[in-house]
Design a protein around this ligand. Structure first.
Ligand code: VGL
Ligand code: ZN
Length: 198
């Protein structure tokens, strides 16, 4: 992957609950992508690209969680260990962090949050950050391929950014077998490209 100052690398939800094997919504292979993400971050910075990270950031009670009527185990509760960025992730100084879900929304995409009760969508600050830096190309990596990576990449494409996914720096939840593969196909159909981080 070649970066320049019109590109932004978006590191999606590289948090303990997804990336650590002890996390409550641990993604198989989640911790294995961290060194590859670190290489991508270093390459992006060296070429003058912007790096932004997102965090899933939930209140303790939200209809996003199974205990409150949703589908997921409790994860990424604001301020807890599970919500912290994985300790092996080498976050650059001043890394902009976009947190989604803090008001109980389903925050799959880094660009928008959806009220799970009313269905209303609210933007996060991600698009404004990218536009403010003159970004034209969005490169997505992180977790999880079939949820937040997919939703973030599809939104980036929809918003008119050239969009690429780092195929070797993502991993899937695979709630149903094949979800990750289907997510990759859906992204490809939407005009999203796949490249290797190296
Ligand atoms: C995610 C499930 C629930 C993700 C977030 O970051 O992909 N998946 N919340
Ligand atoms: Zn979540």
């Amino acid at each position: 992957m070649h970066y320049d100052d019109r590109a932004a690398l978006v590191v999606v939800d590289l948090q303990n609950d997804f990336a650590d094997p002890a996390g409550s919504l641990s993604v198989t292979g989640g911790d294995a992508i961290v060194p590859t993400v670190n290489e991508a971050v270093a390459a992006a910075i060296a070429s003058g690209a912007l790096v932004v990270a997102t965090q899933d950031w939930h209140p303790p009670d939200t209809p996003h969680f199974a205990k409150d009527g949703g589908v997921w185990p409790v994860h990424c509760v604001a301020g807890t260990w599970g919500a912290e960025l994985h300790p092996a992730f080498e976050a650059p100084v001043g890394l902009p962090l976009v947190r989604k879900g803090s008001n109980g929304e389903d925050g799959y995409s880094g660009f928008s949050m959806r009220d799970p009760v009313t269905g209303t969508e609210h933007p996060t600050e991600l698009e404004a950050i990218l536009r403010g830096h003159g970004v034209e190309r969005v490169v997505v990596c992180g977790l999880a391929t079939d949820y937040c990576v997919k939703a973030t990449a599809l939104d980036a494409r929809r918003l008119g950014f050239e969009t690429l996914v780092l195929a070797d720096a993502v991993a899937a939840v695979d709630l149903d077998a094949g979800d990750g593969e289907r997510a990759l196909a859906e992204m490809a159909d939407a005009g999203i490209g796949f490249v290797s981080a190296g």
